[in-house]
Design a protein around this ligand. Structure first.
Ligand code: B1M
Length: 213
């Protein structure tokens, strides 16, 4: 039987066909879809991150690993989002201005959807003005921002400021997350909450919406 370790190694090697084969095999063996994601797919990507950091892997390899990981996530996603749940709330989600990282953000989207939230995934490099427009148009319960770079995390504050300028800040809860973000930073910029990972983001949204109603 395929193992999570083999799957993680295939992500690290950026071998998408193998990732697809192993993910399907794990699904068919009855493995928990969340475990396949956390232990196999994210597990592999975490190693890639560490190797990238010390210069043992380079951008093209990282991109191949990211694509391989996504091809596995695509297989598992429908299994998690399958539950026929009523909407738990509406979330506008995006990666902030200047930042193109979307793997973690898309995981957050997936987890939220699987928990019954309606998610408007705006994409990457989303300016404060675009977030504000989306709030006006869709009237979400929560605005969720992701940033992976220390240079782009300040765009979260800019977005909160623009929401306030446009009179929208009190109408939504704002949550932030991503590798360089911390609880302290979230408080400093006036966000309503911080989540360290995709699963916690779902809990946070549930709690914040519960508080609001
Ligand atoms: Co980039 N990159 N990258 N990169 N990249 C990092 C972030 C970096 C830490 C690598 C390193 O040096 N060790 C570093 C940032 C350093 C810093 O700012 N301190 C870095 C850099 C420097 C760069 C470039 C500047 C490199 C260059 O060009 N010189 C460049 C910037 C481009 C830009 O954005 N303008 C760049 C480019 C890229 C690629 C395009 C090659 C690729 C992105 C592909 C893509 O996303 N489609 C990439 C990748 C893949 C990474 C690493 C290796 C992996 C990121 C990832 O996807 N992790 C990353 C190193 C690392 O993180 N260890 C790195 C897996 C993902 C599941 O985790 O996104 O953290 P993560 O999401 C987690 C949590 O953070 C949380 O939940 C997720 C899991 O549960 N989370 C939230 C995320 N968003 C959330 C929102 C929430 C709540 C939780 O609520 C709203």
């Amino acid at each position: 039987m395929a193992s999570y370790e083999e799957l993680a190694n295939s992500v690290i090697r950026g071998n998408a066909p193998k990732v697809i084969e192993l993910t399907k095999s794990l699904v068919e063996s009855g493995c928990d879809p969340l475990e396949i994601i956390n232990q196999g797919l994210i597990g592999g990507m975490n190693v890639v991150g560490a190797r990238f950091k010390v210069g043992e892997m380079f951008v093209p390899e990282v991109l191949m690993a990211a694509r391989a990981m996504s091809s596995g996530v695509e297989i598992v996603k429908p299994l998690i989002a399958e539950g026929d749940m009523p909407s738990a709330g509406k979330v506008v989600l995006g990666t902030v201005k200047g930042d193109l990282h979307d793997i973690g953000k898309n995981l957050v989207a997936m987890m939220l959807e699987s928990a019954g939230f309606e998610v408007l995934n705006l994409g990457v490099d989303i300016s404060p003005e675009k977030f504000a427009e989306a709030v006006k148009e869709h009237q979400p319960d929560v605005v969720a921002m992701s940033a992976l770079l220390t240079t782009t995390m300040l765009a979260m504050k800019d977005t909160i400021d623009v929401l306030a300028e446009e009179g929208l800040r009190d109408k939504v809860k704002v949550i932030v997350g991503g590798a360089p973000i911390s609880e302290e930073f979230a408080q400093e910029i006036g966000a309503d909450g911080y989540a360290p990972d995709a699963a916690s983001a779902t809990e946070l949204c549930k709690n914040l919406i519960g508080q609001a109603s």
